[in-house]
Structures are given as structure tokens and as C-alpha cells.
Ligand binder design. Structure first.
Ligand code: NAD
Length: 487
């Protein structure tokens, strides 16, 4: 099997998907391939009236299908049928993912798409297993806590793992008995549209999954402010998360889950296995060219092993070669847009101008498309934008420490608390520091998720509110009611 395809061979969905059918709109936003810089086509931008139509469609579908009140196992079966179709259509989905995003076709095919099907199945299983709770009361009362779907969930997703982000929102929302109006990123809408189409083919009632295309200020705002949206589930930048909070406060309070940005530390002590650490640190910043929320973009290393580790990293980074997402090599990913590449480069260059040391990288690859060299920046402190700001590229800062106290001080970020990595062979230290690190996820002697979807993900501090994945994500799509009966 060859992991390559001709981008011209694909037919690209480019309309909204509402009530089980494609709904056209005027072309409003152009999409460009990050691998080649070539124009892919254009998509429309849903205004408030179209978002309202999608919300009404979701509400009608809930009422006519009885989705929330049906035998829970019927929901479970429909979600498994959807996952079957996702697996069957994996090649098409992976191509649609690769053509506009930074995800290489091979990685999308064996990873993202298959994991999407797996995660839909994971969430399906909660439908007939989670139950309310009887509570202890006096003999003269009978008390219990029941739980119920919200109704219509408004979901908004980013461009960096488009199909996975859609699955993280749709899987638990549908399993828990809700309908969804989802806006994918305007840069990467194709797989979300195709997922919605497959949901109807799999027997999920039309109108339960609606996809509206558009940008944040127009379409996103119309979703979060719509009175018929019962809960908002957002993944994206902290800046957009703050704008969403503001809009919700203005238009009418409603619950929200926010999965936001990060600037995660990877802390290496001298007693760690340095080869294991070098491999893990590479995995912490290189996949998807560092464009993932939990990227380990701040390396914090005990001074006595800093030179040795920096050399190991520079050696690994130097071997990385770019390749288009539709090519067979499945190599290093492009940056999502030329504009984002320019932003990355300006942070790197200004750090260098202010006296930072470029240990390796710095600058774009001499290659077609938006490819940036894996970059390590030394000689920076916490005042540098390279240390403070989420760069969202293959760029990590490299700081050193002498004591555990200094390491923890450097690891703590004033704004973010999404994830952290810790490398040490000292068990007591590992246990002590996993407790003290201010992050929603801590990995020890590894960096990155496994396929254990039971582990929830989400940030502390300005990295977010609430969780995706795990039992928590299912429960986040239901609301509880306390009932007390006088006997
Ligand atoms: P972004 O915030 O620019 O956009 C995300 C989505 O929000 C897009 O669909 C966009 O159109 C929409 N949007 C933007 N402004 C909006 C507004 N005011 N109201 C409603 N919707 C709005 O983020 P991005 O550049 O697409 O993605 C990268 C960011 O996402 C990074 O900060 C990354 O850390 C974060 N992210 C977080 C997680 C997590 O689980 N915590 C996962 C993936 C990505």
C-alpha cells in the first residue's frame, strides 16, 4: 500500500451540513494547502440566520427522533455503526484531512481516523452504563440524583487535529443524548463535513449532527450567543476562549467547556536516562510541527547534563526532513499557514536579536510550502516572549537549573497549565513533583498521550475549563438534578 495521493483526485465538500443535507452558501473564505501554498477552493460563512436554522434543525431532530429518551443501547448501537463507517471510509477521510491540514496522510490514516472511530466507540459505551445515584437520607425521605442531556451543544473546533477534535466533541455529546451544531476551523472543514454525512448514513437521525462553516467573529459568535444553544464546548486559543466567555456573559449565561492553549514544560533531572529523555523531548515538540496544544515547548534541564542533552536533541532535530502531507514519506508537517510561519519566525528572530542562542534551527526550510526548521532556543529567561507566549510551531526554549526548587519555579507558567513532563529515576521526587506541577496532565519519563481514552485532558489556569476525553467528557454533556421525595 502506498501512502500518497494526488490532491487533484479529491472531491472536496464545501457546503454547510444541516438537517442531514448539504446547504449551499456564497463563497466567502479561501482555503490554501499548507504543503504547497496552492489554493484549494472556497467555503461559505454562516451568518446568524443560518446558525439559527441549524439550531432549529437540531432541536427538531431531538424532538422527532426521541434520541434523548430512547433505549440507551439504541444510541450505543447507532454510534458503533457510525464508527464502522468511519473505519470503512478511512482512506477518504485521511485524504480529506491531509489535503488542507498539517496532518500527513499516513499518520491520519493509521492514527487520527482510526483513533476517531475508537473514541466514538469509547463514548458510545457510556450510553447504557452511566447511571444516577441514590443518596443517603433519613427514613422519612427518598433522595436521588438523576442526570439528563443538555439539549443542543454548540461546538467549535481548531485546525490542528480536525477530525480528532470533532470526535472529542461529537462522541460524548451524542452518546449522552444531545444534538450538536459544530463549527470546524475555517481552514480545515472537510473531514468534519464528511463525518456528519457518515453519521446520517450510519442511522444517526438527520439533524443531530449539523456543521456550519464560517469564521469566529461571525459564525462562532452566532453559535455561542444563540439562546437555543444549551451548552458551548470549545477548543482553541486562550484569546478566543476569553472572547467566547465575554459573549456568553453578554448574551445569556450558559455552561461551557473550554480547552485552550498551553506552554508546557518538560523538566529533565540529571538522574534521568538521557536517551529516553531526548527521544521523549523530541516527541514533545516535533509531531505536527509542534502544532499541538500540549506541545512541550519549554525544556528545563539540570545544568550538569544540559550540554549533553542539547547535543542529543540537535542531532535528532537535524535529521528531520519536511514532506508534503499528500506524499508517501509521512515526514515532518508544514505550518498551517504562511501567516503563522511568519509569526513563529518573528518570535525566534526577535529572541536571537535580544541575545538568545539558537542551539539549532531558526528559519524556514528551503522547500515548497510552509515548513519551519525544528528550533531550540537557549539563553532566555521568563521575560522573553519565546518563553511566555504559545508559539505553536516546532520551537522550544531550553533553560537550565541547579536545584529542584529552581526547576519548579521555571516550570510554573504565569498563564498556562495544560501539561507537563518530568524525567527522573528518583521515585520520591517523581511523586512529589507530579503533585506540585501546576498542570492538568503530567507525564513521567514519557511525553504524550496513549490510546487510553479514559484519561481526561484539560487545562489548569488559563489553559481551560472542564475536560475532554474520559468519563468526565461524557458527564460534561449531561446535567444533574437532585430529587427529594417526602415519604
Ligand atoms: P483559534 O482560537 O484561532 O480558533 C479555534 C476555533 O475558534 C476556530 O474554529 C475559530 O474559527 C473559532 N473562533 C475564533 N474566534 C472565535 C470567537 N470569538 N468566537 C467563537 N469562535 C471563535 O485557534 P486555532 O488557531 O484554530 O487552534 C490553535 C489553538 O487551539 C492553540 O492555542 C492550541 O493550544 C489550542 N488547542 C487546544 C487544545 C486543548 O485540548 N486544550 C487542543 C487543540 C488546540
Amino acid at each position: 500500500m502506498t501512502f500518497a495521493f494526488d490532491p487533484a483526485s479529491l472531491s472536496l465538500p464545501k457546503q454547510h451540513f444541516i438537517g442531514g443535507e448539504y446547504v449551499s452558501g456564497e463563497d466567502a473564505m479561501e482555503l490554501t494547502s499548507p504543503s504547497t501554498g496552492k489554493l484549494l477552493g472556497a467555503i461559505p460563512c454562516a451568518d446568524a440566520a443560518l446558525v439559527d436554522r441549524a439550531v432549529q434543525s437540531a432541536r427538531n431532530a431531538l424532538e422527532t427522533s426521541g434520541w434523548a429518551g430512547m433505549q440507551p443501547r439504541a444510541r450505543l448501537r447507532a454510534l458503533h455503526a457510525w464508527a464502522d463507517l468511519i473505519e470503512k471510509e478511512a482512506e477518504t477521510l485521511a485524504k480529506l484531512e491531509a489535503i488542507c491540514s498539517s496532518r500527513p496522510y499516513a499518520a491520519a490514516l493509521v492514527g487520527d481516523v482510526m483513533v476517531t472511530a475508537e473514541q466514538i466507540r469509547f463514548f458510545a459505551e457510556f450510553a447504557d452504563k452511566e447511571a444516577g445515584t441514590l443518596v443517603p437520607t433519613s427514613d422519612s425521605h427518598f433522595g436521588f440524583i438523576s442526570d439528563h442531556p443538555y439539549g443542543v451543544i454548540g461546538a467549535i473546533t481548531p485546525w490542528n487535529f480536525p477530525i480528532s477534535m470533532a470526535a472529542w466533541k461529537l462522541g460524548p455529546a451524542l452518546s449522552a443524548g444531545n444534538a450538536v451544531v459544530l463549527k470546524p476551523s475555517e481552514m480545515t472543514p472537510y473531514t468534519t463535513l464528511y463525518l456528519a454525512e457518515l453519521s446520517v448514513k450510519a442511522g444517526i437521525p438527520a439533524g443531530l449532527v449539523n456543521v456550519v462553516l464560517g469564521d469566529g467573529p461571525t459564525t462562532g459568535n452566532a453559535i455561542t450567543g444563540h439562546p437555543g444553544i444549551d451548552k458551548v464546548s470549545f477548543t482553541g486559543s486562550t484569546r478566543a476562549g476569553a472572547a467566547i466567555m465575554e459573549n456568553i456573559a453578554r448574551c445569556g449565561i450558559k455552561p461551557m467547556t473550554l480547552e485552550l492553549g498551553g506552554k508546557s514544560p518538560m523538566v529533565v533531572f540529571a538522574d534521568a536516562d538521557l536517551d529516553v529523555a531526548a527521544d521523549a523531548l523530541t516527541t514533545g515538540i516535533i509531531p505536527n510541527a509542534g502544532q499541538f496544544c500540549v506541545a512541550g515547548s519549554r525544556m528545563i534541564v539540570e545544568a550538569s547534563v544540559a550540554d549533553e542533552l542539547a547535543a542529543k536533541l540537535a542531532e535528532r532535530f537535524a535529521k528531520i526532513t519536511p514532506s508534503a502531507t499528500h506524499s508517501a514519506e509521512a515526514g515532518f508537517s508544514p505550518i498551517i499557514s504562511e501567516k503563522q510561519l511568519q509569526r513563529i519566525d518573528s518570535i525566534v528572530q526577535s529572541a536571537a536579536e535580544q541575545g538568545a542562542e539558537l542551539i539549532c534551527g531558526g528559519g524556514r526550510f528551503d522547500h515548497e510550502g510552509a515548513f519551519y526548521r525544528p528550533t531550540l532556543i537557549g539563553g532566555v529567561d521568563e521575560t522573553s516572549p519565546a518563553v511566555r507566549e504559545e508559539i505553536f510551531g516546532p520551537v522550544a526554549t531550553f533553560q537550565t537549573f541547579e536545584t529542584e526548587e529552581q526547576a519548579m519555579k521555571l516550570a510554573s507558567h504565569p498563564t498556562y497549565g495544560l501539561a507537563a513532563g518530568l524525567f527522573t529515576r528518583d521515585l520520591s521526587r517523581a511523586l512529589r513533583l507530579t503533585r506540585d506541577l501546576e498542570a492538568g496532565t503530567v507525564w513521567v519519563n514519557r511525553y504524550g498521550r496513549t490510546r487510553d481514552h479514559i484519561l481526561p485532558t484539560g487545562g489548569w489556569k488559563a489553559s481551560g475549563l472542564g475536560k475532554d476525553l474520559g468519563r468526565e467528557a461524557y458527564l460534561a454533556n449531561r446535567r444533574t438534578k437532585s430529587v427529594l421525595i417526602d415519604l
